[in-house]
Design a protein around this ligand. Structure first.
Ligand SMILES: Nc1nc2c(ncn2[C@@H]2O[C@H](COP(=O)(O)OP(=O)(O)OP(=O)(O)O)[C@@H](O)[C@H]2O)c(=O)[nH]1
Ligand SMILES: [Mg+2]
Length: 334
Protein backbone atom coordinates (compact mmCIF):
# COMPACT_ATOMS: atom_id res chain seq x y z
CA UNK A 1 0.00 0.00 0.00
CA UNK A 2 1.38 3.44 -0.85
CA UNK A 3 1.58 6.14 1.79
CA UNK A 4 -1.09 8.18 0.01
CA UNK A 5 -3.63 5.42 0.68
CA UNK A 6 -2.97 5.37 4.44
CA UNK A 7 -5.09 7.13 7.01
CA UNK A 8 -3.28 9.80 9.07
CA UNK A 9 -3.22 7.43 12.05
CA UNK A 10 -1.66 4.65 9.98
CA UNK A 11 0.87 7.13 8.61
CA UNK A 12 1.82 8.26 12.14
CA UNK A 13 2.19 4.64 13.23
CA UNK A 14 4.58 4.03 10.34
CA UNK A 15 6.67 7.06 11.33
CA UNK A 16 6.80 5.89 14.94
CA UNK A 17 7.81 2.42 13.72
CA UNK A 18 10.79 4.05 11.99
CA UNK A 19 9.66 3.22 8.44
CA UNK A 20 12.15 5.10 6.28
CA UNK A 21 9.69 6.09 3.56
CA UNK A 22 7.19 7.41 6.10
CA UNK A 23 9.93 9.26 8.02
CA UNK A 24 11.15 10.91 4.81
CA UNK A 25 7.60 11.91 3.95
CA UNK A 26 7.03 13.32 7.43
CA UNK A 27 10.16 15.48 7.15
CA UNK A 28 8.97 16.77 3.77
CA UNK A 29 5.67 17.75 5.35
CA UNK A 30 7.54 19.55 8.11
CA UNK A 31 9.70 21.35 5.55
CA UNK A 32 6.63 22.54 3.71
CA UNK A 33 5.03 23.77 6.91
CA UNK A 34 1.90 21.65 6.37
CA UNK A 35 2.08 19.48 9.41
CA UNK A 36 0.21 20.77 12.47
CA UNK A 37 -1.61 17.45 12.93
CA UNK A 38 1.64 15.55 12.50
CA UNK A 39 3.38 17.66 15.15
CA UNK A 40 0.72 17.08 17.75
CA UNK A 41 0.53 13.37 16.98
CA UNK A 42 4.29 12.84 17.22
CA UNK A 43 5.21 15.17 20.08
CA UNK A 44 4.15 12.79 22.88
CA UNK A 45 6.42 10.17 21.33
CA UNK A 46 9.53 12.36 21.53
CA UNK A 47 12.14 12.93 24.21
CA UNK A 48 13.84 9.54 23.95
CA UNK A 49 16.57 10.35 21.43
CA UNK A 50 19.79 12.08 22.43
CA UNK A 51 20.23 14.86 19.89
CA UNK A 52 23.66 16.14 18.94
CA UNK A 53 24.36 19.23 16.82
CA UNK A 54 27.61 19.26 14.84
CA UNK A 55 28.58 22.72 13.80
CA UNK A 56 31.63 24.39 12.33
CA UNK A 57 32.88 26.33 9.33
CA UNK A 58 32.21 25.22 5.74
CA UNK A 59 34.53 22.42 4.69
CA UNK A 60 35.64 21.55 8.23
CA UNK A 61 34.71 17.93 7.62
CA UNK A 62 31.37 17.92 9.42
CA UNK A 63 29.65 15.55 6.98
CA UNK A 64 32.61 13.18 6.96
CA UNK A 65 32.65 13.21 10.75
CA UNK A 66 28.89 12.69 11.06
CA UNK A 67 29.15 9.76 8.67
CA UNK A 68 31.88 8.16 10.79
CA UNK A 69 30.15 8.93 14.07
CA UNK A 70 26.94 7.36 12.76
CA UNK A 71 28.91 4.25 11.78
CA UNK A 72 30.53 4.16 15.23
CA UNK A 73 27.12 4.34 16.94
CA UNK A 74 25.79 1.60 14.66
CA UNK A 75 28.76 -0.54 15.73
CA UNK A 76 27.70 0.04 19.31
CA UNK A 77 24.22 -1.22 18.52
CA UNK A 78 22.50 2.16 18.57
CA UNK A 79 20.24 3.45 15.77
CA UNK A 80 20.98 6.83 14.22
CA UNK A 81 19.01 9.51 12.40
CA UNK A 82 21.03 12.17 10.59
CA UNK A 83 19.83 15.56 9.48
CA UNK A 84 22.05 17.87 7.44
CA UNK A 85 20.63 21.34 7.71
CA UNK A 86 21.88 23.44 4.85
CA UNK A 87 20.75 27.02 4.80
CA UNK A 88 22.67 28.07 1.71
CA UNK A 89 21.63 27.65 -1.86
CA UNK A 90 23.08 24.65 -3.68
CA UNK A 91 24.35 27.02 -6.34
CA UNK A 92 26.78 28.97 -4.20
CA UNK A 93 27.97 26.21 -1.90
CA UNK A 94 28.24 23.36 -4.35
CA UNK A 95 30.39 25.39 -6.68
CA UNK A 96 32.48 26.86 -3.91
CA UNK A 97 33.29 23.58 -2.23
CA UNK A 98 33.28 21.06 -5.00
CA UNK A 99 34.70 18.40 -2.73
CA UNK A 100 32.03 18.48 -0.07
CA UNK A 101 30.98 15.11 1.12
CA UNK A 102 27.44 13.88 0.64
CA UNK A 103 26.25 11.36 3.15
CA UNK A 104 24.36 8.31 2.04
CA UNK A 105 22.37 5.74 3.94
CA UNK A 106 23.02 2.10 3.31
CA UNK A 107 19.71 0.90 1.89
CA UNK A 108 19.68 -2.36 3.84
CA UNK A 109 20.35 -0.74 7.22
CA UNK A 110 17.02 0.22 8.82
CA UNK A 111 18.94 1.58 11.81
CA UNK A 112 20.46 4.49 9.91
CA UNK A 113 18.45 7.24 8.26
CA UNK A 114 20.05 10.24 6.54
CA UNK A 115 18.30 13.27 5.22
CA UNK A 116 19.35 16.76 4.21
CA UNK A 117 17.14 19.76 4.58
CA UNK A 118 17.43 23.00 2.71
CA UNK A 119 15.59 26.24 3.06
CA UNK A 120 12.89 26.03 0.42
CA UNK A 121 11.38 29.34 1.37
CA UNK A 122 8.76 27.90 3.67
CA UNK A 123 7.39 30.42 6.12
CA UNK A 124 9.58 30.74 9.18
CA UNK A 125 12.42 29.09 7.31
CA UNK A 126 14.66 26.41 8.64
CA UNK A 127 14.82 27.89 12.10
CA UNK A 128 11.32 26.62 12.77
CA UNK A 129 11.39 23.53 10.58
CA UNK A 130 14.64 22.05 11.91
CA UNK A 131 13.49 21.32 15.48
CA UNK A 132 10.34 19.71 14.10
CA UNK A 133 12.35 17.54 11.73
CA UNK A 134 14.63 16.52 14.60
CA UNK A 135 11.54 15.49 16.54
CA UNK A 136 10.31 13.38 13.63
CA UNK A 137 13.56 11.38 13.90
CA UNK A 138 13.17 11.25 17.68
CA UNK A 139 9.59 9.96 17.42
CA UNK A 140 10.75 7.43 14.82
CA UNK A 141 12.79 5.82 17.58
CA UNK A 142 16.35 6.60 16.54
CA UNK A 143 18.58 6.44 19.62
CA UNK A 144 20.90 9.22 18.52
CA UNK A 145 20.04 12.09 16.19
CA UNK A 146 22.97 13.90 14.57
CA UNK A 147 22.36 17.32 13.07
CA UNK A 148 24.96 18.92 10.82
CA UNK A 149 24.85 22.67 10.40
CA UNK A 150 27.29 25.44 9.49
CA UNK A 151 28.62 27.52 12.33
CA UNK A 152 26.92 30.27 14.20
CA UNK A 153 27.31 33.73 12.79
CA UNK A 154 27.15 32.43 9.25
CA UNK A 155 23.69 31.09 9.36
CA UNK A 156 20.19 32.08 10.35
CA UNK A 157 19.69 28.58 11.63
CA UNK A 158 20.09 28.28 15.33
CA UNK A 159 20.21 24.52 15.56
CA UNK A 160 22.25 24.91 18.71
CA UNK A 161 19.17 26.06 20.57
CA UNK A 162 17.28 22.88 19.72
CA UNK A 163 19.68 20.01 20.47
CA UNK A 164 20.80 18.32 23.69
CA UNK A 165 24.50 18.68 22.97
CA UNK A 166 26.61 20.80 20.64
CA UNK A 167 29.89 19.75 19.04
CA UNK A 168 32.00 22.53 17.57
CA UNK A 169 34.33 21.32 14.82
CA UNK A 170 37.47 23.33 14.17
CA UNK A 171 40.33 22.75 11.78
CA UNK A 172 43.91 24.00 11.85
CA UNK A 173 44.64 26.92 9.59
CA UNK A 174 41.12 28.37 9.53
CA UNK A 175 41.40 30.42 12.67
CA UNK A 176 42.61 30.41 16.22
CA UNK A 177 41.18 30.39 19.71
CA UNK A 178 40.76 34.15 19.76
CA UNK A 179 38.31 33.82 16.89
CA UNK A 180 36.65 30.93 18.67
CA UNK A 181 36.07 33.19 21.64
CA UNK A 182 34.85 36.07 19.50
CA UNK A 183 32.42 33.87 17.62
CA UNK A 184 30.80 32.91 20.91
CA UNK A 185 31.67 29.26 20.40
CA UNK A 186 32.90 28.92 23.97
CA UNK A 187 29.34 29.50 25.16
CA UNK A 188 27.72 26.95 22.88
CA UNK A 189 30.31 24.15 22.73
CA UNK A 190 29.76 21.10 24.91
CA UNK A 191 32.47 19.29 22.99
CA UNK A 192 35.24 20.56 20.73
CA UNK A 193 36.65 18.57 17.84
CA UNK A 194 39.86 19.44 16.04
CA UNK A 195 39.35 17.68 12.74
CA UNK A 196 41.95 17.23 10.02
CA UNK A 197 44.39 16.26 12.74
CA UNK A 198 46.69 15.10 9.94
CA UNK A 199 47.30 18.74 9.08
CA UNK A 200 49.98 20.98 10.47
CA UNK A 201 48.97 23.01 13.50
CA UNK A 202 46.32 20.56 14.73
CA UNK A 203 48.06 19.73 18.01
CA UNK A 204 48.72 23.38 18.72
CA UNK A 205 45.07 24.28 18.06
CA UNK A 206 43.91 21.47 20.35
CA UNK A 207 46.32 22.62 23.06
CA UNK A 208 45.12 26.21 22.77
CA UNK A 209 41.49 25.11 22.96
CA UNK A 210 42.17 22.98 26.05
CA UNK A 211 43.88 25.90 27.74
CA UNK A 212 41.00 28.21 26.85
CA UNK A 213 38.47 25.73 28.23
CA UNK A 214 40.44 25.40 31.47
CA UNK A 215 40.67 29.16 31.92
CA UNK A 216 37.28 30.32 30.76
CA UNK A 217 34.73 27.61 31.23
CA UNK A 218 32.56 27.74 34.26
CA UNK A 219 30.54 24.83 35.45
CA UNK A 220 31.35 21.23 36.16
CA UNK A 221 31.12 19.66 32.70
CA UNK A 222 34.01 21.32 30.93
CA UNK A 223 34.05 20.73 27.18
CA UNK A 224 36.54 18.12 26.05
CA UNK A 225 38.73 18.57 23.00
CA UNK A 226 39.04 15.54 20.73
CA UNK A 227 41.35 15.33 17.74
CA UNK A 228 39.98 13.46 14.75
CA UNK A 229 40.79 12.53 11.20
CA UNK A 230 37.29 12.10 9.93
CA UNK A 231 38.58 10.91 6.58
CA UNK A 232 39.86 7.64 8.04
CA UNK A 233 37.88 7.56 11.28
CA UNK A 234 40.78 8.17 13.66
CA UNK A 235 39.55 9.57 16.98
CA UNK A 236 35.88 8.98 16.25
CA UNK A 237 35.49 6.25 18.90
CA UNK A 238 37.00 8.63 21.45
CA UNK A 239 34.53 11.32 20.35
CA UNK A 240 31.62 8.89 20.74
CA UNK A 241 32.88 8.01 24.25
CA UNK A 242 33.05 11.64 25.22
CA UNK A 243 29.55 12.31 23.85
CA UNK A 244 28.15 9.38 25.80
CA UNK A 245 29.88 10.62 28.96
CA UNK A 246 28.30 14.00 28.44
CA UNK A 247 24.89 12.40 27.96
CA UNK A 248 25.29 10.49 31.23
CA UNK A 249 26.29 13.68 32.99
CA UNK A 250 23.25 15.56 31.61
CA UNK A 251 20.91 12.81 32.71
CA UNK A 252 22.45 12.25 36.15
CA UNK A 253 22.57 15.96 37.01
CA UNK A 254 19.08 16.71 35.78
CA UNK A 255 20.54 19.24 33.35
CA UNK A 256 19.06 17.44 30.36
CA UNK A 257 15.49 18.14 31.44
CA UNK A 258 16.31 21.78 32.17
CA UNK A 259 18.05 22.22 28.83
CA UNK A 260 15.14 20.67 26.94
CA UNK A 261 12.60 22.76 28.78
CA UNK A 262 14.55 25.92 27.91
CA UNK A 263 14.90 24.88 24.27
CA UNK A 264 11.19 24.15 23.96
CA UNK A 265 10.24 27.40 25.63
CA UNK A 266 12.47 29.28 23.19
CA UNK A 267 10.74 27.45 20.38
CA UNK A 268 7.35 28.51 21.70
CA UNK A 269 8.55 32.12 21.66
CA UNK A 270 9.72 31.75 18.06
CA UNK A 271 6.38 30.24 17.06
CA UNK A 272 4.46 33.01 18.80
CA UNK A 273 6.36 35.50 16.65
CA UNK A 274 5.74 33.45 13.55
CA UNK A 275 2.04 32.84 14.16
CA UNK A 276 1.37 36.42 15.14
CA UNK A 277 3.07 37.58 11.97
CA UNK A 278 1.09 35.17 9.84
CA UNK A 279 -2.21 36.03 11.49
CA UNK A 280 -1.69 39.76 11.60
CA UNK A 281 0.01 40.60 8.34
CA UNK A 282 0.17 37.41 6.25
CA UNK A 283 2.90 36.44 3.83
CA UNK A 284 2.46 39.17 1.26
CA UNK A 285 4.10 42.24 2.73
CA UNK A 286 2.62 44.48 0.06
CA UNK A 287 -0.73 43.80 1.74
CA UNK A 288 0.19 46.05 4.68
CA UNK A 289 -2.33 48.88 4.96
CA UNK A 290 -1.60 51.66 2.49
CA UNK A 291 -1.15 54.31 5.15
CA UNK A 292 1.51 52.20 6.88
CA UNK A 293 3.41 51.77 3.63
CA UNK A 294 3.14 55.50 3.07
CA UNK A 295 4.40 56.30 6.58
CA UNK A 296 7.37 54.01 5.98
CA UNK A 297 8.09 55.56 2.60
CA UNK A 298 7.87 59.06 3.99
CA UNK A 299 9.79 57.97 7.08
CA UNK A 300 7.24 59.38 9.47
CA UNK A 301 7.00 56.08 11.42
CA UNK A 302 9.74 53.50 11.87
CA UNK A 303 9.28 49.75 11.27
CA UNK A 304 9.46 48.80 14.94
CA UNK A 305 6.89 51.42 15.88
CA UNK A 306 4.52 50.17 13.19
CA UNK A 307 4.99 46.55 14.28
CA UNK A 308 4.29 47.42 17.91
CA UNK A 309 1.19 49.32 16.76
CA UNK A 310 -0.12 46.31 14.81
CA UNK A 311 0.34 43.92 17.73
CA UNK A 312 -1.10 46.34 20.30
CA UNK A 313 -4.14 47.03 18.13
CA UNK A 314 -4.78 43.31 17.67
CA UNK A 315 -4.51 42.61 21.40
CA UNK A 316 -6.75 45.57 22.17
CA UNK A 317 -9.47 44.43 19.80
CA UNK A 318 -9.33 40.83 21.05
CA UNK A 319 -9.70 42.11 24.61
CA UNK A 320 -12.81 43.99 23.54
CA UNK A 321 -14.16 40.84 21.92
CA UNK A 322 -13.59 38.86 25.10
CA UNK A 323 -15.40 41.44 27.22
CA UNK A 324 -18.22 41.51 24.65
CA UNK A 325 -18.62 37.79 25.09
CA UNK A 326 -18.60 38.15 28.87
CA UNK A 327 -21.21 40.93 28.75
CA UNK A 328 -23.46 38.82 26.56
CA UNK A 329 -23.05 35.87 28.88
CA UNK A 330 -23.83 38.04 31.92
CA UNK A 331 -27.00 39.27 30.32
CA UNK A 332 -28.26 35.78 29.60
CA UNK A 333 -31.66 35.34 31.22
CA UNK A 334 -31.77 32.72 33.92
N1 LIG B 1 42.97 16.09 5.29
C1 LIG B 1 41.78 15.82 5.78
N2 LIG B 1 40.69 16.08 5.03
C2 LIG B 1 39.47 15.80 5.54
C3 LIG B 1 39.32 15.25 6.83
N3 LIG B 1 38.00 15.12 7.08
C4 LIG B 1 37.36 15.55 5.97
N4 LIG B 1 38.24 15.97 5.04
C5 LIG B 1 37.93 16.50 3.70
O1 LIG B 1 37.45 17.82 3.79
C6 LIG B 1 36.55 18.08 2.71
C7 LIG B 1 35.24 18.64 3.23
O2 LIG B 1 34.60 17.65 3.99
P1 LIG B 1 33.06 17.70 4.33
O3 LIG B 1 32.79 16.53 5.23
O4 LIG B 1 32.24 17.85 3.12
O5 LIG B 1 33.02 19.06 5.17
P2 LIG B 1 31.72 19.83 5.70
O6 LIG B 1 32.15 20.55 6.92
O7 LIG B 1 30.58 18.90 5.82
O8 LIG B 1 31.47 20.85 4.52
P3 LIG B 1 30.14 21.72 4.22
O9 LIG B 1 28.95 20.85 4.54
O10 LIG B 1 30.26 22.07 2.79
O11 LIG B 1 30.26 22.89 5.14
C8 LIG B 1 36.36 16.74 1.98
O12 LIG B 1 37.20 16.71 0.86
C9 LIG B 1 36.82 15.73 3.01
O13 LIG B 1 37.31 14.55 2.41
C10 LIG B 1 40.50 14.97 7.61
O14 LIG B 1 40.46 14.50 8.75
N5 LIG B 1 41.68 15.28 7.03
MG1 LIG C 1 28.66 18.97 4.97
Amino acid sequence: MSLAQRTPAEFHDLVVAGDHVAVARAISLVENGASAALHSALFPRTGRAFTIGITGPPGAGKSTLVDQLAAEYRKRGLTVGVLAVDPSSPFTRGALLGDRVRMRSTPDDQGLFIRSMANRGHVGGLALAAPSAIRVLDAAGFDRVLVETVGVGQSEVDVVGTVDCTVVVEVPGLGDVVQTMKAGLMEIADRFVVNKADREGASRLAGDLRRMVRERHRGDAKPTVTMTQAQNGTGVDELADSLEQFRDHLIDSGALDRRREENLAREVAAFVGEYARRRLIGDDLRQLPKEMLRDLRERTRDPEGIAAGIVDAALESSREEVSDVRLTADRKPR
